[in-house]
Write a protein that binds this ligand. Sequence first.
Ligand SMILES: [Zn+2]
Length: 167
Amino acid sequence: MPENRPAVPRELERRLLVEAGHRCAIPACRSTPVELAHIVPWAKVQEHAFENMIALCPTCHTRYDNGHIDRLAMFQYKENLRLLVPQPAGELKSLQRARLFILYRAFQGKCRFWEGAIGSIALADVNEGPEELRQSEVLECLRSAEEARHALVQLSLALSRGGVSEA
Ligand SMILES: [Zn+2]
């Protein structure tokens, strides 16, 4: 290791290892043990940054340094990890919250639609309009009730997956 190159901070090392599941980040390899590699070489960037680092086994690390694995491929492997690995707890919670909120709004919207459909039937009754019109309002009402029920099921599923306190 060249001098004046600081050690990788413990927390950063841990994040990188967890990101790759403590295995070589190349999907078809997944060997152990692992080392931390800079995707754009340290000599160029002179910093340890999470986005530019990846866990590799010594063999893949050497192959990368020798140019047998190109940089674009390595960035692709890094990108793959983002998709594979669960988000940190904080991000997961805010994602869950956002999802619950969207589902709740969807449910609310369907209920409003349903309410409107009931109102239309009442109006059709008062106006004593043509029977077909009332029939179509009734169908609309049943459809929106079904959609509201579906939205409610989606919402309760999301809530039962442990998100109650998040809401
Ligand atoms: Zn490997």
